[in-house]
Ligand binder design. Structure first.
Ligand SMILES: Cc1cc2nc3c(=O)[nH]c(=O)nc-3n(C[C@H](O)[C@H](O)[C@H](O)COP(=O)(O)OP(=O)(O)OC[C@H]3O[C@@H](n4cnc5c(N)ncnc54)[C@H](O)[C@@H]3O)c2cc1C
Length: 402
């Protein structure tokens, strides 16, 4: 395996790095101190510039207007874009739309693709993914209260979801609901496309998360599905196959998160090193960078980040070569490993900045608050660790080891 960045990707990431530095990082103070909705006009203008540069939707299919990069190529791109919290949104490859695009592309009917997929890739609309329920453990989603019952040509959906991220302002949700309670547990649930203006789709609130009220794309919706009625034609994939499709969605989705987190690692690592180099600590001009403990943090973070990068690239390569199923263990490994590398890097960068690190004058505290969730969503650390350990241990059953 050779993970040298291909020349084509180098050209793309150089352009993206320049755009992030010149156009997005200067917007961050406004982003941190205003509602996302208020920023939409300026962000739409940036999106227009990205489209003109032909850098729009790097990972999405060419036939729908994306650049069609493969997963390894997208890993490099995503690290560049992840250096700003606005990067993925402005380049049209943000979660949760990215995952929804993948499953619509793979499982959508021609009609669903025209109505939902095409405008989604073009950035004309947004979407959300509605799986987690308030009263049920998201870590064990076969326990699901939301039901979709057939009535004439429709499904009638009832249930209470939360953390339907980005529901505020979305055109539709992909909802997971029990349709076949008579089936074995993993074949009871279906995915259904629910337009957010369907009768009975009720956004209760945006849940405040770590001090952020959230609006529009940055909101995390609580949704009450109250006799919510949609045509049966909105079923996505075969009935009862939500968990099969979810594996398809969550595998690359988890990799996408890791790739973005590497961008965050890079950003906070750069800020940490710069601060350590500039901060004069003694009258004779010695900087923080001369302290051995800070040097150790820098070396350790550099090693951790490079390990996280190589593991992520390897997992992306494995998915490309052998498919999601073969790469399941690798995906679980990187999901918890990279999240923790990132959290440690953010924490150390904050510490090096001292009191400044606690202020919203810089980006680090935003990441500190916002990215804590990385160890919870798309499978909590513990769930992935247990899953990896079980697979590893299976290989030792009945095996002689000397
Ligand atoms: C910012 C954010 C965005 C999100 N976006 C979405 C979204 O867009 N769509 C959506 O549907 N959901 C979303 N979620 C929900 C997320 O997927 C769930 O929170 C997650 O799956 C955990 O489920 P839970 O909250 O019900 O916790 P629980 O399942 O109750 O688990 C609680 C804790 O128990 C521990 N635990 C769980 N299982 C095990 C185990 N087997 N062994 C040991 N310990 C265990 C873990 O520490 C875990 O954190 C989001 C969550 C956050 C925080």
């Amino acid at each position: 395996m050779d993970f040298t960045m291909p020349e084509k990707v180098k050209v793309i990431t150089d352009m993206m790095d320049e755009f992030v530095d010149k156009e997005l990082i200067p917007l961050e103070p406004e982003f941190m101190n205003n509602s996302f909705r208020d920023m939409l006009p300026v962000l739409m203008e940036k999106r227009r510039m990205v489209k003109q540069m032909e850098l729009w939707a790097p990972n999405h299919p060419r036939e729908y207007g994306g650049m069609g990069l493969d997963l390894v190529e997208h890993a490099y791109v995503s690290e560049s874009l992840g250096r700003s919290p606005l990067g993925h949104y402005v380049f049209g490859c943000q979660a949760p739309d990215a995952g929804n695009i993948e499953i619509l592309y793979k499982y959508g009917t021609d009609e669903q693709k025209e109505r939902w997929l095409r405008p989604l890739v073009e950035g004309e609309i947004r979407s959300c993914f509605s799986m987690t329920e308030i009263d049920m453990p998201g870590s064990n989603p076969v326990m699901m209260d939301t039901t979709a019952v057939k009535d004439g040509d429709d499904y009638v959906i009832n249930g209470q979801k939360w953390y339907t991220s980005s529901s505020d302002g979305s055109a539709f949700a992909i909802v997971m609901a029990t349709t076949n309670p008579e089936n074995p547990p993993y074949l009871q649930t279906s995915m259904i496309i629910v337009p957010t203006d369907a009768p009975g789709f009720n956004q209760v609130r945006n849940i405040p998360v770590m001090g952020e009220p959230g609006t529009d794309y940055t909101g995390h919706g609580e949704i009450a599905y109250q006799n919510c009625r949609v045509p049966q034609a909105n079923l996505l994939g075969p009935e009862g196959h939500a968990f099969v499709i979810a594996q398809e969605r969550l595998g690359p989705g988890r990799i996408h998160h890791c790739m973005r987190w590497l961008g965050i690692c890079k950003r906070v690592f750069d800020l940490m090193c710069k601060r350590a180099s500039d901060r004069v600590m003694t009258p004779d001009g010695k900087t923080l960078a001369t302290k051995q403990i800070i040097q150790a943090w820098i070396a350790e973070c550099a090693a951790d980040i490079q390990a996280a990068r190589l593991l992520t690239l390897h997992s992306a390569w494995k998915i490309e070569q052998f498919g999601v199923k073969e790469a399941r263990e690798d995906i679980s490994l990187i999901k918890f490993f990279v999240a923790n590398v990132m959290q440690n890097a953010i924490d150390k960068a904050l510490q090096v900045h001292g009191g400044l690190g606690m202020t919203d004058d810089i980006i680090i505290p935003f990441y500190y608050r916002h990215e804590r969730a990385a160890r919870i969503y798309d499978g909590a650390d513990e769930v992935h660790k247990v899953s990896v350990a079980r697979r590893i241990l299976r290989g030792y059953e009945g095996r002689e080891v000397r």
